[in-house]
Design a protein around this ligand. Structure first.
Ligand code: 6PG
Length: 256
């Protein structure tokens, strides 16, 4: 279990959650070097954030051509399938911005099976990283966005599954999803997700509050195992945040 305390940011409502996430995203990207790498999450929560990034001022301000895009997980479905995390992000913003196609690194869900897809994606990550061993001094990503399921899963790392304990592989195939949509998955593991300057959990809604509380109070649920070489942030709206965390007055409040 990670020992670093996360930054807790609570905002009053969903629209402020998206605005805060967009500002934080832009700040991180502007700090990053010439070869930026962002790892996107799937699900429904981040879609308005992705759509917001395709609008002003971000549309004009961000260095789109120097950012590489990856996914923390995807459903093992055809690229055009409505359940595809890559399809969602492409439709929400990636396909509407000046991003070189070679910079969009979707998980190859057209591979023979999820395990083959995982091997191929791990090779693509290592090729981008220019190395096959993660170096704590040299994070793979500048920013990793994470979601949270009401069961405590994150990415496609589900309660009770062996992938939670994976220490060597960067990417694994997940035959049986522990949460809807119940299709096979491909997921990065905690070691590769952790290789980032910043990790932001983007969480909204009352249905997530119990899982947030369990994660932040040290219970061993998948999301609690997520950690980052750099900054770990839990960015939540009022509904998702346990009562103990007040709405942040402009800066983050550390976990108590
Ligand atoms: C996925 C996601 C998953 C998601 C959570 C929350 O592929 O489904 O990576 O981890 O972030 O299930 O999803 P919602 O944002 O839709 O609640």
């Amino acid at each position: 279990m990670p020992d670093k305390q996360p930054e807790i940011i609570v905002v009053p409502d969903f629209s402020l959650l998206i605005e805060t996430a967009a500002k934080r995203f832009a700040a991180r990207v502007s700090k990053a070097g010439p070869r930026r790498a962002i790892c996107l999450t799937g699900g429904s929560t981040p879609k308005p954030l992705y759509q917001r990034l395709a609008t002003e001022p971000y549309r004009s301000e961000l260095p789109w051509s120097s950012i590489h895009w990856f996914w923390g997980d995807d459903r093992f479905v055809p690229l055009g399938d409505e359940r595809s995390n890559a399809a969602m992000a492409r439709a929400a913003f990636l396909d509407h911005l000046p991003i070189p196609p070679a910079n969009v690194h979707a998980i190859p869900t057209n591979a023979a099976n999820p395990h083959k897809a995982a091997r191929l994606y791990e090779a693509e990550l290592k090729d981008f990283y220019r190395g096959s061993l993660l170096n704590a001094q040299c994070p793979l990503f500048d920013l990793v966005l994470m979601g949270l399921g009401s069961d405590g899963h994150t990415a496609s790392l589900f309660p009770g599954q062996p992938a939670l304990d994976e220490k060597e592989r960067w990417v694994v195939g997940v035959e049986h999803a522990g949460f809807a949509p119940f299709v096979p998955r491909v997921s990065l593991t905690f070691p590769s997700l952790a290789s980032t300057r910043e990790m932001i959990f983007l969480v909204s809604g009352l249905e997530k509050r119990n899982a947030v509380d369990r994660a932040l109070s040290g219970q061993d649920i998948p999301a609690a195992r997520a950690h980052a070489l750099g900054t770990l942030v839990w960015l939540m709206d009022r509904d998702a945040a346990p009562e103990v965390y007040p709405v942040s007055s402009g800066e983050s409040s550390r976990a108590v």
